[in-house]
Ligand binder design. Structure first.
Ligand code: FUC
Length: 342
């Protein structure tokens, strides 16, 4: 374990396993600032995007590596009804609310405690979000654990409890790039998602509520698919998201491996398992050269996010798994990213 302190009092913890993997996390936003995984030849390199200067994490429009909540994704019109009452949450993207608004979890200082067990090592992050913070009801205690084991599995466990009924769906906003230190874009990554349905977006990227079949569309990623042709497709849904995916894919039942991501040149393969019903698959369509990353200026498609979660579309539409958390009940979910090489 190593610990670093930054001028603004931020702390960063780095933990490693016995198989060439390590990760670093900042107490600011619970941001995953690095995740090192070995390539085909055993060379460990960073597989998530990171800012060069730590100040750039403040107000980062791309939410690099951050924990996201209370409601990950977009809340249409920044309002919703709960128990017959209307709640207005903070609008931070026109009239809509993105990723919990300005007071989202990505902006919080989290407490961090590390642990070491026989086969794994981890860090537990905790924070409190008070009643009406960001406009959301209930005092909520949140605990997120990042854990790395000796089988090269990196897991995120989410845990929350509220003293009032509220809306909650948490995720992590890491941008994966398996080429290592973002040497190549994600255009030549292959992806497979166990999903036969995706959620249509309007021009503000708000779910229309229409659940569409992937059949015969660029959204059919049920077999291993190179991303390039899909991202460069003239499909109107791909076009409106600034030439890429920024969509919720609803997982099929009964398949343990929900997502497989592969970069053939490095040989890295990442498999995602989750108990969440969906993923927002975002292909870094808005990354641009104004942001300086550790590898140099960012560019479109430098990384992709796999935001496992439930959809905030459920706040306004039928047919989606609910994101309501009842007072006193426990929100508990997990997502596991397993690394391998081929
Ligand atoms: C994702 C996308 C958004 C946005 C943000 C930084 O979650 O859904 O469109 O660009 O990340």
């Amino acid at each position: 374990m190593t610990e670093r302190t930054y001028s603004q009092g931020w702390k960063e913890i780095t933990l490693q396993n016995e198989r060439g993997m390590s990760f670093s996390v900042l107490n600011y936003g619970g941001i995953l600032t690095s995740l090192y995984a070995p390539d085909r030849n055993g060379k460990s390199e960073n597989v998530v995007l990171a800012h060069d200067s730590y100040e750039d994490y403040i107000g980062d429009p791309n939410y690099l590596g951050a924990l996201i909540g209370r409601v990950a994704g977009r809340v249409d019109g920044s309002s919703f009804q709960l128990n017959g009452k209307e709640y207005n949450v903070h609008a931070n993207e026109g009239k809509n609310s993105l990723h919990g608004g300005m007071e989202g979890l990505h902006n919080k200082i989290w407490e961090m405690t590390t642990y070491q067990e026989e086969n794994c090592t981890g860090v537990v992050l905790t924070c409190e979000s008070s009643h009406l913070e960001g406009g959301y009801p209930g005092n909520v205690s949140i605990q997120v654990t990042y854990e790395l084991d000796n089988d090269n599995q990196f897991s995120i466990y989410y845990h929350a409890k509220s003293d009032q009924d509220t809306a909650l769906t948490l995720t992590n906003h890491s941008y994966f790039n398996l080429s290592g230190n973002a040497a190549r874009t994600i255009l030549d990554h292959h992806v497979q998602i166990a999903s036969d349905k995706y959620v249509e977006l309007d021009t503000d990227l708000i779910p229309t509520g229409n659940i569409e079949s992937v059949d015969g569309t660029p959204f059919d990623l049920q077999t291993k698919t190179p991303l390039r042709s899909r991202l460069l497709s003239d499909d109107p849904q791909i076009q409106l998201a600034n030439e890429g995916f920024d969509h919720t894919f609803l997982f099929k039942e009964g398949q343990k491996e929900k997502i497989v991501l592969q970069e053939e040149e490095s040989g890295r393969v990442m498999t995602v398992e989750t108990d969440q019903p969906a993923v927002v698959f975002y292909t870094g369509n808005n990354l641009s050269k104004e942001q300086l990353l550790t590898k140099g200026p960012a560019k479109k498609y430098d990384g992709l996010c796999l935001e496992t979660q439930s959809s905030p579309a459920s706040l306004h539409h039928e047919g989606f798994p609910s994101i309501m958390l009842k007072a006193g009940e426990t929100y508990q979910t997990n997502t596991k990213f397993s690394f391998d090489r081929k």
